[in-house]
Design a protein around this ligand. Structure first.
Ligand SMILES: [Zn+2]
Length: 418
């Protein structure tokens, strides 16, 4: 009961609002004033729950429940508080909120863990500002390529380095955020599902076994732009006509492959730039962006190759020039099997049915997975809507998440029978 009030209040406080229904949603971009304010609220709430709070060199906020055996590796959990432009109030927030609530309740119930417990709020998870995601957790795991990243710019020309320094941090020290292996024993993240699989399966929560990371292609077609009225049909190099069948191919082939294989692959032609994009001009140049994901890396890369071959066919047939550039080609991340089955067990004990699933979206946990055993809990969100002002997760579902975390923490942070 008291918990529900605290949850609602803290949910609003993290979103820096007193009303969650907002026409334009919430905008707290990475390393912005608003993200900092929200992390500041987290720090306050964590302190009043009796945790020790520190900020690291990347701006991650680490709230720690110190114990008698403080030299032992910590049980860690968390998520992020930044959002996309006009995002919702739950992506990231749900994980930070449920983790902090779980710790607060365990403390109030007099639970005594054998190891320290940390709630981590990662800085700048979303890629929407700079085109690079999970900056905070990359820094924490030594995966931040500082030379490559520092000059990447946001829409108004501010670089990552400038934005980080604008928050009072020193760019040259950001790699100092890296945590030694022995400081953490395992990491779990709770996140809204951003899909509808849990609900459709009639389950209460989800556990992800893997995260599908993207392969992204940039395709450029060059033909000839000429007048729509005076160029005969037989004398054209219309790039849009040449490339149009590829868009269908990407989607249809991904569907076929998903039907044929055990693991699905999803592929989307998600961006298009058309030149000159004028009513009286034949499109002389087209650029497409294609995003392909599957937890089966071979399947994903096989589809990327097929797309390249199909492009070649079209280019030959329509007598235009085509080129492909791989923007991103990341391996999928496998999460820890034991953590997954124990999280499922924690849900079982409480009577909540679990859907074992894969994650089609990236989260901070994928960086943490490169160093520590990790798990990812999903709670449902209404209509699967995310990165949208109407994003919503019910207090009941948040509470289920909190209970599962609490149960799991009890299983993992005490050595013997209570
Ligand atoms: Zn998120």
């Amino acid at each position: 009961m008291g918990n529900e009030k605290w949850l609602e209040k803290t949910l609003k406080a993290f979103n820096l609002t007193d009303k969650l229904e907002q026409k334009n949603g919430f905008t707290r971009l990475g390393y912005s004033e608003d993200e900092w304010q929200s992390i500041g609220v987290f720090a306050e709430k964590a302190e009043s729950a009796g945790l020790n709070v520190r900020r690291d060199e990347a701006g991650n906020c680490i709230a720690r429940w110190e114990t008698d055996q403080d030299d032992k590796p910590a049980f860690a959990m968390g998520s992020h508080l930044d959002t996309v432009q006009n995002g919702g109030g739950y992506d990231g927030v749900a994980g930070v909120l449920c983790s902090l609530a779980a710790v607060k309740e365990l403390k109030e119930e007099g639970f005594q863990p054998d190891v320290p417990i940390e709630v981590i709020c990662f800085a700048s998870e979303e890629s929407s500002r700079f085109g690079i995601s999970t900056i905070g957790s990359k820094a924490m795991t030594g995966k931040l390529n500082t030379d490559q990243v520092k000059d990447m710019k946001d829409e108004s020309g501010i670089t990552v380095k400038e934005a980080v320094e604008g928050r009072g941090l020193e760019w040259n020290k950001i790699t100092g955020a890296q945590r030694p292996q022995n400081e953490i024993s395992q990491f779990i993240e709770l996140h809204i599902e951003q899909g509808v699989q849990i609900e459709e399966a009639g389950k209460k929560f989800g556990i992800a076994t893997a995260i599908a990371c993207p392969t992204r292609l940039n395709i450029k077609i060059e033909g000839k732009s000429s007048h729509t009225g005076t160029t005969p049909m037989g004398k054209r190099q219309d790039t849009l006509v040449a490339i149009a069948p590829l868009i269908t191919f990407v989607s249809e082939r991904a569907k076929e492959l998903s039907d044929e294989n055990e693991v699905p692959v999803v592929a989307t032609t998600s961006t298009m730039d058309l030149h000159p994009n004028k009513m009286t001009s034949i499109p002389g140049k087209v650029e497409l962006g294609i995003d392909i994901r599957s937890v089966d890396d071979q399947l994903k890369r096989g589809l990327a190759e097929e797309i390249e071959k199909e492009l070649q066919k079209l280019v030959d047939h329509y007598q235009v020039d085509g080129s492909v550039r791989k923007l991103v080609d990341e391996d999928s991340v496998l999460l820890d099997k034991e953590v997954a089955s124990k999280l499922q067990e924690a849900g079982d004990k409480l009577g909540y049915d679990c859907l074992v699933m894969e994650s089609g979206a990236g989260h901070d946990v994928m960086n943490m997975a490169s160093h520590w055993p990790t798990g990812l809990i999903f709670i449902p969100c209404r209509d699967g809507l995310s990165h949208h002002p109407d994003e919503y997760a019910s207090i009941e579902d948040l509470q289920i998440g909190i209970q599962i975390i609490k149960e799991y923490v009890k299983m993992e942070t005490t050595s013997g029978l209570v």
